[in-house]
Design a protein around this ligand. Sequence first.
Ligand SMILES: [Zn+2]
Length: 651
Amino acid sequence: MKISIVRDSETLRYAAEELAKYLHLMDADVSAEVLVSNACGEGITLGLLSDLGLPTDDVDDEMIDDVIDADINALCGYVAGSNERSVLMGVYNYLKSAGCYWVRPGANGEYIPQKSMKEHVFRMRKKADYPFRGQCIEGAVSFEHVYETILWLPKVNMNLFMIEQIIPYNYMNRWYRHTVNTRLDESNEPPYEQYCAYVDEWEKAIKKCGLQFHALGHGALNEPFGIRHMISGQHYDVPEETKKAFALVGGKRELCNSSPFFTQVCMSQDWVRKRIVTWLADYLEEKPYIDFLHFWLADYKNNHCECEDCIQKTPSDWYVQMLNELDAELTTRGNHAKIVFIMYVDTLWPPIVEKLNNPRRFILTTAATTRAPGDTYSDRRCPDGIPAWKRNQHSSPNKGFEQLLSFVDAWKPVFDGPRFLFEYFLYTKHFEDPGYMQFSRNLARDMKHLHLTGFHGVMSDQTQRASFPTGLPNAMQGEFQFDSSADVEAYIDSYMQVSFGTDWQAAKNYLDGITQLFAVDSLAQKTDVTAQDTGAEDDHSKKADIFGNEEAGKSIAQVSAYVDAFADTVTKNLQVSDPCQRESWRILVYHGEYCKRLAGIYVELSKNNAEGATRLLDNMIDYLSEVEPEIHSYFDLVLFAQRIKQIIAGI
Ligand SMILES: [Zn+2]
């Protein structure tokens, strides 16, 4: 058969090659030849909606909106999209309709059934419910962890990836130096140039899939002044001349907390703003394939400049002034990249005097760092509105999502355009539900309620290693933002069927049982993510409910026997012939031991024995260090250790 691509672009060619590859894997009788052709008569044609004369009235912005239109009957027809990634996603939707699935990133996550495709019929026309659906690099991750994730995203209808910072050295470095692992050391850490080469390869993969490429964010603010953020705790030599650009805080112009990541600049100085704007515009010229440039201020609070000029306006006013200057510079240079600005810490408050001159250039994001346990998204606003802003006297408002929406309302006179949430679902929150089952259902529920918030999607700041025991929450995040009308339980059942095969119902029941026995509500985080990480949260009344919780302790104490009772089913299924399903069961071997050890820790906490829990955690980290080579693609030891230590410490 023939697969015709209407235009010879990298993404369409990749879509055609993927289609040919998986058709052949499903049905050895199907052998496809990829050719560039306008002819629509024979085989399957791939192209944009406009190429194939299909309606485009539901497409507002080709770079953002994903519309898939496909009609294939007996290996004849077309897959079209509003943009090239939609064509690729359309191909995967066609393959999924025939039973293929990608249950987690990587080759071992591919489930490809044997099936004759000669009679298969597929028809879809769908505009994604949310135009921003994807992940941002986080955790402790290798080149491969991120690379496999990028290739996986369009397979679950996600459409973007963000590489934060110029070189996300701190995230990769934690993996390559094996910072938490007690058995592996840093002897195989690659040189810095290799990290840069990895980023190049990721960027190529993002463009190959046609994904929205989001870049920068935190960590670039001091780059124009010659200081590259590497990792926290590192020593940075800063010339006196450069310090003149830093914010004046407490009478000093110095690195905040010794890190350029946290250091604000003195935004009232013309040369400082100009240096930043020119640097950002140059950076976009160097990387013209960046679709969305995230220009954010530093990642800290109470550190804005107190100089005579800066105090004349709020940080948000200076920020918006710089955003306007950047927009003007890009317009002069003919660059059409979108700029993503962020409501974060001080810039949660809207500017008082400045306005955005060209709102069409911009997209808004904001970090949803705090949400009460059990709360889903709603359209509720904070009855008190927003608190008064005071320079460098910011205490985390921490009034949850309602207040965030009040801040969004306050910004609306300045900006009422596209916006998405920067969320933290699989940063560390997934560790609070070792079975992932309630966590996944809550996530799907959130995606169904997202429309109430006025946000146009979620960028998930998360480790790219979060499929332990399953990739269910990751997959649901994409699929339920693409089509929020999907049925949650039906989706879970179909996911479990392809993941585990014949004994899928037993596996599903088992994981539901793990979630239930762990009394996961008692483990839920109550503190703000930022506060946890910076240690700024000293309100220990927000510790998890597991402390002194006898009832939860009693339930969790049953985990060990429960895991043992399922061991025979796991062992039996280690022999199944399908490699994807075999891998799903293999993961449960390690996951079982993980649950038993984790249960021991929580039982100690239920008796208020933090010391005993710490001792067990140390042993557990040593065990996980030993088996990390077996599970590293699915489990992030660094973030796990970080979160469980925080839970034990009551934050
Ligand atoms: Zn200043």
